[in-house]
Design a protein around this ligand. Structure first.
Ligand SMILES: [Zn+2]
Length: 103
């Protein structure tokens, strides 16, 4: 559901100085390798609850949809998603991603 994606630079709320969203850290040597798959199914309501700054490609979004959660990776027009997890699991993976412990 790309139409529901919201970010700072896409609309009227253009960021003029600095970045407000976090950037992912460089992956550590023994980081967890996530499986990135092409989007296979668009849930009706996807809620993006966290995101990284889109000044860098790829950027990542933590999505909630239909009782599950997953992470979406966007690089130019290329979108990939992780498997679906529970909110709690996805939150843990999201933190690992930001900290460079997963990619
Ligand atoms: Zn940035």
């Amino acid at each position: 559901m790309l139409a529901l994606r919201w970010h700072w630079t896409g609309g009227v709320m253009t960021v003029t100085s600095g970045c407000l969203s976090p950037h992912v850290s460089k992956p550590v040597p023994d980081h967890m390798c996530l499986v990135w798959r092409p989007p296979y199914r668009a849930e009706d309501r996807v809620r993006v609850i966290a995101w990284t700054c889109d000044c860098r490609a790829p950027f990542f979004e933590l999505c909630h949809a239909a009782g599950v959660a997953y992470i979406r990776r966007t690089r130019l027009n290329e979108v990939h998603e992780t498997y679906r997890w529970s909110f709690k699991e996805a939150e843990a993976v999201w933190r690992a991603l930001l900290g460079g412990n997963a990619r």
